[in-house]
Every structure is written in structure tokens, then in C-alpha cells.
Design a protein around this ligand. Sequence first.
Ligand SMILES: [Zn+2]
Length: 74
Amino acid sequence: MAVVLDPQLLEILACPCDEHAPLRLGTPSDPTADALTCTSCGRSFPVVDGIPVLLLDDAFREPTAPAPEGSGAP
Ligand SMILES: [Zn+2]
């Protein structure tokens, strides 16, 4: 089931990574997942009972996530 978060709440939330980038709903492969994904570092954070768990220790990365652009790959 998709996460339902107040858009205003989503607006003030930021990833705990160094970029403090905004988050978006879902994961790259599943926009309806109960998770929030950083738009910068690509970490995904679980949403438990409607509460985003923005802890780097609890963050996960999708194994299928594409490599970031500009990584220098030939
Ligand atoms: Zn981040």
C-alpha cells in the first residue's frame, strides 16, 4: 500500500545524509512502496505506521538501483 504523507510534511523532511536533500515517496523501482527515497544519495528509508524512519542506520539501497550519473563509467 502506498505511503500517504502530508505534502507539507514531505516538504520539510530531509535526508540525514550530508546533502540534506529532499525525499520522494516510494523507491526507484516501486513508487508505491512504504518508503522514502533521497533524491541525492539514493538511500531509501522505511515508513513505519506512517512515520518515516530517517535514520542512516535503517536506510537501505535497492540492489537494482542504477548507478548514479556522472560516476565516470566508460
Ligand atoms: Zn541522502
